[in-house]
Design a protein around this ligand. Sequence first.
Ligand SMILES: O=C(O)CCC(=O)C(=O)O
Ligand SMILES: [Fe+2]
Length: 259
Amino acid sequence: MPIQIEPLRAALGARVDGLVASALDRVCRDSLLEALDTHQVLFFPELNPTPAQHTALAGLFGEPEVHIEGRQEDRATARYVDDENLILVIDSGRNAANFWHADATFRESPPGASIIAIRTLPPRGGDTLWLDTYRAFDELTPPIQEMARHLQAIHGHPGVSETNPHPVVRTHPRTGREALWVNRGWTTGLKDVPVRQAEPLLRFFFDTMEQPEYTCRWSWSVGDVAVWDNRCTMHYALHDYGEEYREIHRVMVAGEKPR
Ligand SMILES: O=C(O)CCC(=O)C(=O)O
Ligand SMILES: [Fe+2]
């Protein structure tokens, strides 16, 4: 199946046309992975996958993982689309995700990619932003890059299941590129660095990362699908739609221990 890949007019991201959700077996997996490695986030307009097709699409990017809510308080009320708990329902009432983060970085091996389908949209608003964390690293001045390479960050949060240290600079296993890999959502400290030094350093990293120039933005139509590489991007779901309802379905695929 020939697919067309059109880069967005932004720092990262590409739109993929020509994919048919019912014929994923005919898709060239290598060309999709290559597109993800080049563009970091891919958008499939109005792909409208069924739950089985959603999981199958995710399977092209890695091994789908059973979805366990990070926050303990959310576990009892978590809703899944499928019996295997691979597809989590995320609604605007329980988790608006309007903060810069990569997914579940508090885990020892955080997910390698997330694949979401938008199912219900508010009448207006509800776009999502992604940010290029390779670029965030590349734009640091060399002595600061070198310092960052020596640091480990603590990822966790009161109420989430796990806390783990990860390198502040992560090397992508396929592209070999270095990304600045701390995020305001889950990074709480620096390993073996006193709070008084860690806090301003983390604030410096967050402030230098979170620049509009490093981002792309997607305005959703119902049925659109997005896939992002969790190793070299962060994202932010804009909550600019008040009390309106918004619902996405998410599959995550396994990643490795960051190095
Ligand atoms: O709702 C969105 O657009 C993205 C939410 C999010 O952070 C996620 O699914 O990981
Ligand atoms: Fe997220």
